[in-house]
Design a protein around this ligand. Structure first.
Ligand SMILES: [Zn+2]
Ligand SMILES: [Zn+2]
Length: 375
């Protein structure tokens, strides 16, 4: 079939919205008509090559839609089912999946290749070339074909232009606070960078019972939104943050410090650790450029204060359990997905959406497709 997609043909170029050829789903694959896709900063990492996805590539890994066709070996999905894509596939059988660490599924090794899991082939084609898909998904498109390992079924009554956020950013941010950092009642938490991930981290910290939540967010126009999300204090720069954190924590520092910026910066790890309390946990959620390999940290301080620096992928969550759970929490008002969506755009305006992402003005920009309006 033919459909419309946003293709990146070379690094640091604009997205090209064009008609592509899409093959039918093979044995363990699913054809999905998308309703919406969030725009995550990792898509910008694709543009800048901080993350080395194979090019040309259809971007987008935070999508939701309706199953239209399934391969012969797919027994648990049927046309009409509503699904969210997991940016990390989960096979359910590898050591990580089988011990409750789906965020580290062994199929993740295939992510950068853009090749289909079952046969190392391609289902997307344009201008006579095979096209990769970001995270084996390619949600910047009206339709896509993915492996069943990348699909999480959800109940049909949830709005898909909100559910899409759970494909990456919301689970990542929420899980950074709740699972990776294990925020406890009464904790002091700092969240550096309030976008789709940081906003969800604030919501997770709040629901877990944090007493103090300091947000470091330089875009001043977001301040009201940051407080509405649940932050108790806002610092508008890394220069201002130490005084705000000291004041908010009676000089003890943060029990949990979550780095959720658009692009990580190794030089800030030292500063973040200084704002972290004894026995506190510094969580590195944001992606650093693949070439950044060192940080400057006083290792004696690390020992003498028993601080921990940990990485987390997909919030150390289990998307097959966490996506349905977070949708239920949104139904009862314990998490707010609506507040996360600052602006929606048609696929054709994707380059405007990326300009807004680079300016940092959105919590999340969401591409909304014709199928969402037809629903
Ligand atoms: Zn993402
Ligand atoms: Zn697995």
């Amino acid at each position: 079939m033919q459909t419309k997609a946003a293709v990146l043909w070379e690094a640091n170029a604009p997205w090209a919205v064009e008609t592509i050829e899409l093959d039918s789903p093979k044995h363990d694959e699913v054809l999905v008509e998308l309703h919406a896709s969030g725009i995550c900063h990792s898509d910008e990492h694709l543009v800048t090559r901080d993350m080395p996805f194979r090019m040309p590539c259809i971007g987008g890994h935070e999508g939701a839609g309706v199953v239209r066709e399934v391969g012969a070996h797919v027994s648990w999905l049927k046309p009409g089912d509503h699904v969210v894509f997991g940016f990390m596939p989960s096979c359910g059988r590898c050591p990580s999946c089988s011990t409750g660490h789906q965020s580290l599924c062994d199929l993740g090794a295939k992510l950068y290749s853009g090749r289909h899991i079952s046969d190392d082939g391609y289902r997307h084609h344009a201008r006579g070339e095979d096209i990769s898909t970001a995270c084996l998904i390619g949600s910047f498109a009206h339709h896509t074909v993915v492996n069943e390992a990348s699909v999480i079924k959800i109940d049909n009554h949830y709005p898909l232009d909100r559910a899409c956020l759970l494909g990456c950013g919301f689970v990542t941010g929420w899980g950074s606070a709740v699972y990776a950092a294990q925020v406890r009642p009464g904790d002091a938490v700092v969240v550096a960078g309030v976008g789709g991930i940081g906003g969800a981290a604030i919501q997770g910290a709040k629901l877990a019972g944090a007493k103090v939540i300091v947000a470091i967010e330089p875009v001043e126009t977001k301040k009201d939104k940051v407080l509405e999300l649940g932050a108790t204090h806002v610092a508008t720069s890394w220069q201002e943050a130490p005084a705000v954190v000291a004041e908010a924590t009676w000089d003890r520092g943060a029990d949990v410090f979550i780095c959720a910026m658009g692009v990580g910066d190794g030089k800030l790890i030292k500063k973040a650790l200084r704002m972290t309390a004894k026995r506190g946990t510094l969580v590195v959620t944001n992606i650093h450029p693949a070439t950044e390999t060192s940080i400057d940290v006083n290792l004696m301080d690390l020992t003498l204060t028993e601080k921990r620096i940990i990485g987390t992928l997909y919030g150390s969550g289990n998307p097959r359990a966490d996506i349905p759970k977070l949708l239920e929490l949104s139904s009862v008002g314990q998490v707010d997905l609506d507040i996360m969506v600052s602006r929606t755009y048609p696929l054709e305006d994707i380059n405007d959406a990326f300009d807004d992402l680079r300016a940092g003005t959105n919590l999340r920009g969401v591409l909304r497709y014709p199928a969402a309006d037809a629903a």
